[in-house]
Write a protein that binds this ligand. Sequence first.
Ligand SMILES: Nc1ncnc2c1ncn2[C@@H]1O[C@H](COP(=O)(O)OP(=O)(O)OP(=O)(O)O)[C@@H](O)[C@H]1O
Ligand SMILES: [Mg+2]
Length: 245
Amino acid sequence: MTQLELSGITVRFGGHTALNNVDITVSTGSITGLIGPNGAGKTTLFNVTNGLLRPNEGTLKFGDADMTALSPYRRAKLGLGRTFQRLELFPSLTVRENVQVAAEIRGEWSSGSNNSANIKKNVDRALEITNLRDSGSKNVSEIPTGKARLVELARSLVQEPKLLLLDEPASGQNDNETSEFADILRSLNKEGMSIFLVEHDMSLVMNVCDKIFVLDFGSLIAEGTTAEIQGNPVVIDAYLGGKSG
Ligand SMILES: Nc1ncnc2c1ncn2[C@@H]1O[C@H](COP(=O)(O)OP(=O)(O)OP(=O)(O)O)[C@@H](O)[C@H]1O
Ligand SMILES: [Mg+2]
């Protein structure tokens, strides 16, 4: 079943076409990848998907709902979560406080879940899933980038997304941290969360994704399974040729 459907998405920045008539669908329960060279338009596509940016052309559906005109807040309420390529954390707050801020915002969406016991439960659960239990009292400025990526993930989890957009979550992580991250993604997916992943780390992409879309200069150049993408000469030429993994 299709959970997210982007149709004919075009985005222009002045004279530059960042996305050119892009069609992408993400199936319910899938881990879908989006790859491509720097500047291909991946983050722009995420900005269009969560509503930070309005496309010049095209429509977006989430489940049965047309969300083309909805604000980012309304999209989040529908179940669309996201993390950012440039970490959007509060460096002077602790790990737990960073997650708690997001949980308090989530609590305000639905009556009954904004009391302190519920918020604490939600924060504890997100810290547990992301293996951050023992780092809760550390300031975010004191932890390595690889761990900060997990804090960013925990912040998105307290909003209980049905579909989570992850923009380069392994950036700044070492191999062990990326492998731990892959395990977390698989277990979230097993529990029913769909994941839409932008990533340059091909070992992570090829390990976890069911399906992959490839962007190049704002246009979709391929889509398929990991095996199909790895064997696609157009993709190898545009992107994978210069990548290991
Ligand atoms: N707000 C903006 N104003 C003008 N141009 C922009 C803006 N945002 C992105 N662009 C341009 O649009 C193109 C796509 O950028 P985008 O950030 O989506 O690429 P990306 O695929 O995420 O790249 P990376 O892998 O480096 O993160 C680039 O040429 C970029 O310079
Ligand atoms: Mg980007």
